[in-house]
Design a protein around this ligand. Structure first.
Ligand code: CMP
Length: 146
């Protein structure tokens, strides 16, 4: 069934000029872009988005990094979109990500790992993250032609 999934090019991906490459990969896969926003994450949003990691030793660094420059937040729609996107993104640690995945091709560092995608094992993650970053009227529907 069609579902929507939240994805974000992180500040390192923006700085390295990877937005277009990443958007192209999802477009070519056949997923449909229904929301996109070039934005700066503030401290409050960073804490909400990464709340589940609040007790981790890397939390402060994670918040500093994600607020350090603009990100490109997106919502992609398609059959089994969350799993499709996750398999294209790779593992959290780029060193464990296969070549051909976004992190496997462009990432070197566990913290600066180019892209965020909603966790498919966390059932509420997509809805929560989409709501956090987008208003309903910012998600647009249209027919995708392949
Ligand atoms: P992301 O999928 O955006 O969600 C949480 C992020 O925390 C993750 O990507 C990594 O970038 C980061 N992260 C996870 N583990 C570590 C770690 N051990 N050290 C630094 N950053 C980490």
């Amino acid at each position: 069934d069609d579902e929507r999934t939240f994805v974000m090019v992180k500040p390192d991906g923006v700085q390295r000029g990877l937005i277009g490459e990443i958007v192209s990969r999802f477009e070519e896969r056949g997923l449909k872009l229904v929301g996109g926003k070039f934005m700066q994450i503030d401290d409050e949003l960073a804490h909400e988005h990464y709340g589940e990691h609040a007790d981790k030793p890397f939390f402060d660094g994670l918040v500093d990094f994600i607020t350090s420059g603009p990100v490109f937040a997106m919502v992609w729609e398609g059959a089994d979109a969350t799993r499709q996107v996750r398999s294209m993104v790779g593992e959290t640690d780029p060193a464990e990500s296969a070549p051909g995945t976004i992190r496997g091709d462009f990432g070197l560092d566990l913290g600066r790992n180019v892209i965020h995608a909603s966790d498919h094992e966390d059932e509420g993650a997509n809805e929560r993250e989409i709501d956090l970053f987008f208003d309903d009227e910012e998600l647009l529907d249209y027919e995708r032609i392949d």
